[in-house]
Design a protein around this ligand. Structure first.
Ligand code: ZN
Length: 382
């Protein structure tokens, strides 16, 4: 894929041979079986390149060769081409037929992707979203689509990641950012697990029966029902995500859980003090129990005091703060398989910026492969 860069240089990106060109719902007849949506091209944002020395490129290649590259938070789907207002996008979401970004993933180095699918924009039957029937619809629709191709492999256990990497495929993990859809039914955790979901958030910004969300003014911590849910998630083997929880609720979940948990997409309040990001004590608590910290790349979140706009440098400031400085080598090694590769990328990218290769984050990158994945494109060997 020849790709013109802003400086006029043409670079070729490599595509995985395991991808055979499948596009979502190609087992159906467009317009006859479903209404076609005008999705934006996955590569609408263009290409950005960080120039590295041959030694640096070889080092990154070696890391990617020997470690599975796991993205613990994505929405591997599309925006509508028309994003001038909410209507076109939400009209598309209401059809309940979210297209998966197979081709985009085929150009990435990602070996395993945690896909949160429609999530907060799952408005099939309700403008407020998060309805049980809609979540099951979204999941079933995606699994049906996955069943008609063999590039993304539905991942239900850790070994699936390693076998996918060996075969040049990508392990696909079903995830949900919040648990509002289980209402007051703890058994729905078993059902979600049975349907193939492996990561579940406690709250999605607003409060629910389990606890308080990060958007609220007050935080009552994990409820009695929330504790029961944490215990059930431990028992069935569901990874607990506290990215969108209030601070107390997140801290309670970390301490109640008998297993390590994840903050799949967050950042440090010390770098940018907003409700959505985490205080040092919480980051430390997650790390001390063997958990994983993933850095949020969605627009207007991981900004910093030194950057008035959200771009890859402010993102990397959070990464550098939360990684080697706060979590220490033990957790760095044990907690996150992708971490060494990304830490290296952080240094390379920051160096690239100093050389004048500035990158910007666009709001439309909220879905699809976001800013954090730009550096993950596979460069074709020259
Ligand atoms: Zn989120």
């Amino acid at each position: 894929m020849p790709s013109p860069l802003p400086n006029g240089v043409s670079v070729k990106f490599a595509q995985r041979s395991a991808y055979k060109g499948y596009r979502s719902f190609s087992y159906l007849v467009p317009e006859k079986d479903y209404k076609v949506v005008d999705w934006a091209d996955w590569n609408w944002a263009g290409y950005h390149m960080v120039e590295c020395t041959l030694e640096e490129e070889a080092r990154v290649a070696e890391i990617l060769k020997t470690n599975p590259y796991v993205s613990v938070h994505e929405h591997a789907d599309f925006c509508t081409r028309d994003m001038s207002g909410k209507a076109p996008y939400f009209d598309a979401m209401r059809q309940g037929r979210d297209a998966c970004a197979y081709e985009a993933l085929s150009y990435s180095n990602i070996d395993c992707v945690f896909d949160n699918m429609m999530d907060g924009t799952n408005v099939i039957s309700s403008p407020a979203g998060w309805k049980w029937i809609d979540i099951v619809h979204d999941l079933g629709m995606r699994l049906c689509d996955l069943a008609h191709q063999d590039f993304l492999v539905h991942c239900t256990k850790a070994d699936d990641i390693f076998s996918a990497k060996r075969e040049g495929k990508i392990a696909w993990v079903a995830a949900e950012e919040g648990a509002a859809m289980i209402e007051n039914e703890v058994d729905r955790i078993d059902i979600l697990y049975g349907l193939g979901v492996r990561q579940l958030g406690i709250t999605y910004s607003e409060s629910n029966a389990l606890g308080s969300g990060c958007r609220e003014d007050a935080d009552g911590g994990l409820t009695r029902f929330g504790r029961e849910c944490v215990e059930r998630m431990n028992k069935v083997g569901m990874l607990i995500d506290v990215s969108h929880c209030g601070t107390q609720t997140a801290y309670d979940a970390v301490t109640v859980s008998s297993k390590p948990i994840i903050m799949s997409h967050t950042g440090a309040k010390a770098i940018w003090n907003i409700k959505r990001l985490a205080a040092d004590e919480l980051l430390q608590a997650v790390a001390e129990r063997g958990g994983v910290i993933g850095i949020e790349a969605a627009p207007h979140t991981t900004m910093s005091h030194t950057k008035s706009t959200h771009d890859i440098d402010s993102f990397m400031e959070h990464f550098e703060y939360c990684g080697p400085l706060r979590l220490g080598p033990r957790e760095l090694h044990r907690g996150q398989l992708e971490h060494p590769a990304l830490a290296r990328q952080a240094r390379l990218l920051r160096r690239g910026h100093r050389q004048g290769h500035r990158r910007q984050c666009d709001p439309r990158a909220a879905r699809g492969l976001g800013i954090g994945k730009i550096c993950a494109l596979r460069r074709e060997a020259s």
